[in-house]
Unconditional design. Structure first.
Length: 433
């Protein structure tokens, strides 16, 4: 026998309004009454996926698998067989009425006749498991790690920075036998600092590629939480995730925000977060073997001094604005997929001394914009030419000026122990001092 016109109409209505939960549940109830259990379960499962605590949907699901429905059900359930009468109330003699005999059967007998395997197949993956094994996880991992395919050879120029990275960080890790011979420890991390937009994150990914390690980038938003103690737990989970996925480069971006000087903090919450970071870097609760900690900041003078003591972020590399070779490589990278004609990259690199990598990307974007607007105005598409690049260089100004002013004051008046000698040498070379 076919379905009633009402059920057919409700099917079409649900297709037209799939988010209408009461309508879908009404259809599921009618389907159960009509014996179409599998289709009813599909509709109920759709509701439970969106509203796991829906009482009406749960009651209908109980009906579908043969369990007694609660009194809150929004759809009238068929009456369940009555329990057998207690001794002394009714006669235990068998009845001539087969319906009465069926009603007097125990609930255990009725349950034994229900096909639970068929019900499980009907349910499929619509309902989540009630219990988990010890090896299963209730939720998906909160953090994403990515493999790094970038190598230092992909970083244009920056010869001095690469040498410093190799001496301070990479060479001991690439040569375990020599490291063992000389007793070189792998404890501690590396702090990259310099003006904004000069490729510190790109360098960190290149280091991960050199080490054949996963790259795990962490920002302030991944750590801070409004609830007391949760920020510290987030940090603990971040380091635990890195340890489980070793070898791993754990990159702490904007470390001056996450590890700010505690003497400048007004919040006990942030103070606790810095303390937790110190504990994790020391590997107090678990070993950090295979976890290579890198951090980046524009303002290392704002980082808590305890974070920079030996065994933590004790190696420092200054990442300066790109040199001529690096500027040429950056310009080439940002123009290679655009329609260009007769671009003199060497001349453009010479004219952009003091530009950051972000400034150079903006130059290329501005040059492309000029060519696009000209093509739209004339109706004739043309290539990006050197005149567009020259005009863009004249229009875009270097963005690192404010940083240089702050760095100058630090190098002159706060260079305790020669921590910023490399910065001082750069400023003298640029005749900023």
């Amino acid at each position: 026998m076919g379905d009633s016109p009402l059920i057919d109409s409700l099917r079409k209505a649900v297709e037209a309004a799939p988010q209408d939960v009461p309508l879908r549940l009404h259809l599921a109830g009618l389907l159960l009454d009509a014996g179409s259990v599998a289709e009813a379960v599909s509709h109920i499962g759709t509701v439970l996926a969106a509203e796991p605590t829906s009482a009406a949907a749960l009651d209908l699901m109980q009906r579908a698998v043969g369990a007694p429905a609660s009194s809150q059900s929004s759809t009238t359930a068929p009456p369940m067989p009555p329990r057998p009468a207690a001794p002394g109330w009714e006669s235990d003699a068998p009845s001539d009425d087969p319906t009465a005999d069926s009603a007097n059967r125990s609930e255990a007998d009725l349950e034994s006749e229900f096909d639970w395997d068929a019900a499980a197949r009907d349910l499929g993956d619509l309902a989540a498991p009630m219990f988990l094994d010890g090896d299963e996880e209730l939720t998906e991992p909160a953090y994403d790690l990515e493999p790094s395919t970038i190598r230092l050879a992909d970083v244009g120029g920056m010869t001095e920075v690469k040498k410093r990275l190799d001496a301070a960080f990479l060479a001991p890790m690439r040569n375990p036998e020599l490291r063992k011979l000389y007793g070189k420890s792998l404890k501690g991390g590396l702090l990259l600092y310099g003006p904004p937009g000069c490729g510190k994150t790109f360098l960190a990914k290149a280091i991960a590629g050199e080490l054949g390690a996963s790259f795990f980038s962490v920002t302030l938003a991944d750590v801070l939480d409004m609830y007391i103690g949760q920020s510290e737990r987030n940090l603990g989970e971040i380091f635990a995730t890195a340890r489980r996925n070793a070898p791993c480069v754990l990159f702490l971006d904007e470390i001056d925000a996450l590890g700010q000087r505690r003497s400048q903090l007004r919040s006990n919450t942030m103070r606790g977060t810095v303390n937790q970071l110190l504990t994790e870097l020391d590997g107090v609760g678990a070993s950090n073997d295979g976890v290579f900690v890198l951090a980046a900041t524009n303002a290392p003078w704002d980082v808590d001094v305890a974070l920079r003591r030996p065994g933590r972020l004790d190696r420092t590399v200054l990442v300066l604005p790109p040199d001529a070779a690096a500027r040429e490589a950056i310009l080439r990278h940002h123009l290679k997929d655009r329609p260009v004609s007769k671009i003199d990259l060497a001349a453009a690199a010479r004219r952009t001394d003091g530009f950051s990598g972000a400034d150079l990307a903006h130059v290329c974007e501005t040059a492309a914009e000029r060519a696009l607007l000209d093509s739209a105005a004339t109706g004739a598409v043309r290539m990006i030419e050197m005149r567009d690049v020259d005009a863009a260089i004249g229009e875009v100004k270097p963005s690192i000026g404010p940083w240089l002013e702050s760095a100058r004051n630090v190098a002159l008046f706060a260079n305790e122990g020669g921590a910023y000698d490399d910065l001082l040498a750069y400023l003298k070379k640029r005749k900023i001092l």
